[in-house]
Design a protein around this ligand. Structure first.
Ligand code: FES
Length: 147
């Protein structure tokens, strides 16, 4: 009985993996299984938590050195695509100044994985981009206040 259950679970996992590779490509799949930058940052200079219309929440943390991002990360309680896109958004932020950060859009995010994301998951990339822009906005407001 236990062997049958194990076989069933292994088959199911294999089907899910095959489907994910088909939908998001090998690069997207690898990122989903082991997403870099998936942790909070203490005392971030810029931070935002945004809940999308799907009900999932994305958090982005930014730490600056001078006018460039020296550390960036994300957390989400969302779907697989939101994990991929949050991780990519954080990665894109590294080394960028505020003006360059504004260029990180949903399309910029999915272009890294070859534009491979099903149409129905585009809102997950939009949530990551929106949260990053909100974290930047918070950083700029904090910077203005401290002048
Ligand atoms: Fe909510 Fe993907 S379904 S972020």
């Amino acid at each position: 009985m236990s062997d049958e259950l194990d076989d069933f679970i292994n088959d199911l996992q294999g089907e899910l993996n095959t489907r994910a590779i088909k939908d998001y490509g090998q690069a997207g799949f690898e990122r989903w299984k082991n997403p870099p930058h998936n942790h909070p940052i203490k005392n971030p200079d810029g931070y935002a938590s945004v809940t999308g219309s799907c009900g999932d929440t994305m958090e982005i943390f930014l730490k600056f050195k001078g006018d460039k991002v020296k550390d960036a990360s994300f957390q989400t309680n969302g779907c697989g695509p939101s994990i991929i896109c949050g991780s990519l958004a954080a990665e894109l932020a590294f080394g960028k100044n505020p003006e360059e950060l504004t260029e990180i859009t949903n399309n910029a995010i999915i272009n890294i994985i070859g534009g491979r994301i099903p149409e129905e998951d585009m809102h997950c990339a939009s949530l990551a981009a929106e949260t990053l822009q909100e974290a930047l906005s918070q950083y700029m407001k904090n910077k203005q206040r401290s002048k």
